[in-house]
Write a protein that binds this ligand. Structure first.
Ligand code: 1AG
Length: 134
């Protein structure tokens, strides 16, 4: 059985998010707002199909994908750059590679105990977030 990511998850901690945003070219004012946010993720997983809705009082973002199938990602409301993205399993981790203008862009989700982890990568920056069940 694959790892089960289903659920509603609230941000608990976020490390190096501002430098990740800077690597994405997000302006100063937006970075200052973004780092104050406590986003919530609603993850729906059915077989190899996922949707992840990240919402906050300022911006929200929705992505859906099927494991192993490349898709066009628009990052609308975030940095708005288009990428070709693909998500695969690395054991129990979900690994997304976001190919586009930014080198080394992607993320990894995994679960430890009752916590959801997210590592966000862009160029030489890595942001690590922990979410807890709502
Ligand atoms: C995410 O990806 C993306 C959501 O979790 C936030 C991460 C990075 C933001 C990128 C650019 C920021 C531009 C403006 C900042 C404004 C708001 C901050 C974000 C608020 C929540 C949407 C992984 C995800 C899979 O798709 O879980």
């Amino acid at each position: 059985m694959p790892m089960d990511f289903n659920g509603t998850w609230n941000l608990f901690s976020s490390d190096n998010f501002e430098n990740y945003l800077l690597a994405l070219g997000i302006d100063f004012a937006t970075r200052k707002i973004a780092k104050m946010l406590k986003p919530q993720k609603v993850i729906k997983q059915e077989g190899d199909t996922f949707s992840i809705h990240t919402s906050s009082t300022f911006r929200s973002y929705f992505v859906q994908f099927k494991i192993g199938e490349e898709f066009e990602e628009d990052n609308k409301g975030l940095d708005n750059r288009k990428c070709k993205s693909v998500v695969t399993w690395d054991n129990d981790k979900l690994v997304c590679v976001q190919s586009g203008d930014k080198k080394n862009r992607g993320w990894t989700h995994w679960i430890e105990g009752d916590e959801l982890y997210l590592e966000l990568r862009c160029e030489d920056q890595v942001c690590k977030q922990v979410y807890k069940r709502a």
